[in-house]
Write a protein that binds this ligand. Structure first.
Ligand code: C2O
Ligand code: CU
Ligand code: CU
Length: 473
């Protein structure tokens, strides 16, 4: 869904609201350490004014309405859910690099919300966290506006009370196209999620401490908001699949009937060269772009999440997400070059880290369990300077996986437990294995302000496995 507008002059009737009260954005978990900076209105206005399309590009305007809806996650069974524009996922936002996206978000939910543009390298004022804007109260409208700097598959979701708002269905994909994209026969966006439904088909309320510890993993498995859909594809075709893992906590070890596919992109767009594989692990918030096919007419291929043990109470087993039905053949026009993009490594594997981020947890009388960064729930980390190389070691002191997500800036994965990755890429989310160490490198460009990083298992984020830090000039 995209609406083109060629006007560069748009009136901004919705400015940040001047609420004086403080709202904790974590659904009541953890200490209240969040507060909106005093100059939030100035930063917002500056960001709006700076958002001008690149030469020859345009402003893409979208209206998003977050509200309660009746949705059939399971065909034939109506569930009270929350969605953007009446659907789960919300509409896929499509634009090109250099376009300006202008989104007017109306909050028809019974509680405050904001939207975070996961993976977009945009100004801090547009990041949608409770550090950079006031919550959008029920009945209010707020306008986000920014220029799209990178091609790739991104997503949007609320950044308030996420364990409830995302679980009920508030999320959607963003597709940004670049100049030299490989050619495919077709493209599809697959947003993966799961939901925990009760006997009446309603979403179960948040659970107790095991769910806090493990993260919620529902047994109704969804692609694009539907339980185990059937996907039709013509024989002989090679498609580009843009996959987003929007689950609260589920790790998807994706397999397409055990057949080979080709990885062409990850969080930050195309990787350096295609990689053939038979499975790929998608941690919560991860994206992958795959070249899928060709299949033979009459094939029935199961799209599965293979057994993955992330050391939680749930017993892991293979689970189906969709079935592909292959129809009569159509000749392929696809063309995937051997080299997709040039990605220069920022550092050598043995470079000295400039910072360590320890992921941990401790039992708490109040919450059952608190999740920590450097021994603190809702940590305040040291600032970083624009232009200064960052080499961070993310160290997992726990016995379970944590997907580490950095807001607003791509990083390179330098090593996982000392081993360099199999391909070069830009990422915003990386899995940190149990007791593991992941080294990342990144350089903050000139977008000063309040940023954060956190575990993307939503329950862990809510219970404190997150840190704020400032990018300073
Ligand atoms: Cu998708 Cu703060 O994250
Ligand atoms: Cu926080
Ligand atoms: Cu975690």
């Amino acid at each position: 869904m995209s609406e083109e507008s060629h006007s560069h002059h748009i009136s901004h009737d919705h400015n940040p609201h001047d609420h004086s009260g403080h709202v904790d954005g974590h659904g009541g978990h953890g200490p209240v350490v969040h507060g909106v900076a005093a100059d939030v209105a100035v930063s917002y206005t500056n960001a709006v004014e700076a958002a001008v399309p690149a030469h020859g590009r345009s402003v893409v305007q979208v209206d998003l309405v977050a509200g309660e809806i009746d949705w059939e996650f399971v065909p034939g069974q109506v569930t009270r859910a929350w969605g953007f524009n009446g659907q789960v996922p919300g509409p896929t936002l499509e634009a090109r690099v250099g376009d300006v996206l202008e989104i007017r978000l109306t909050n028809n939910l019974p509680e405050p919300t904001t939207i975070h543009w996961h993976g977009l390298q945009i100004p801090a004022a547009m990041d949608g966290t409770d550090m950079v804007q006031h919550p959008i109260m029920p009945g209010e409208t707020f306008t986000y506006r920014f220029r799209l700097p990178d091609a790739g598959t991104f997503w949007y979701h609320p950044h308030m009370n996420e364990t409830v708002q995302l679980e009920r269905g508030l999320y959607g994909a963003i597709v940004v196209r670049g100049e030299n994209e490989p050619r495919f026969d077709a493209e599809r966006v697959l947003v993966i999620d799961d939901v925990a439904l009760d006997r009446n088909g309603e979403i179960k309320p948040p659970g107790w401490w095991i769910e806090h510890h493990d993260g919620r993993q529902g047994s109704t498995r969804l692609i694009n908001g539907r339980q185990e859909p059937e996907l039709a594809i013509a024989a002989g075709q090679i498609e580009r699949w843009r996959i987003v893992n929007a689950s609260s906590a589920r790790y998807v070890r994706l397999s397409i009937g055990g057949k080979p596919f080709t990885l062409i992109g990850t969080d930050g767009g195309l990787i350096d060269a295609p990689v053939a594989m038979k499975e790929i692990l998608l941690a919560p918030a991860d994206r992958a772009e795959l070249a899928v096919g060709p299949f033979a007419e009459g094939e029935l291929v199961s799209v599965d999440a293979l057994r993955y043990d992330r050391k939680t109470a749930a017993r892991p087993h293979d689970e189906r997400f969709a079935t592909i039905r292959v129809g009569p053949p159509v000749p392929s026009q696809a063309n995937i070059p051997a080299k997709l993009r040039n990605i220069e490594p920022l550092i050598e594997v043995d470079a000295t880290p400039t910072r360590e981020c320890h992921l941990g947890f401790k039992l708490s009388l109040k919450h059952g369990v608190d999740f920590l960064i450097n021994n603190e729930a809702h940590h305040r980390d040291k600032p970083v300077k624009v232009g200064e190389l960052q080499v961070w070691d993310i160290i997992n002191d726990t016995m379970m996986d944590h997907p580490f997500h950095l807001h607003g800036f791509f990083f390179q994965v330098v090593s996982v437990n000392g081993e360099p990755p199999a391909f070069r890429s830009w990422e915003d989310t990386v899995n940190v294995p149990p007791k593991g160490r992941v080294r990342i490198a990144w350089v903050p460009d000139d977008r000063p302000g309040e940023w954060m990083y956190h575990c993307h298992i939503l329950e862990h984020h809510a219970s404190g496995m997150m840190a704020h830090f400032e990018v300073v000039r």
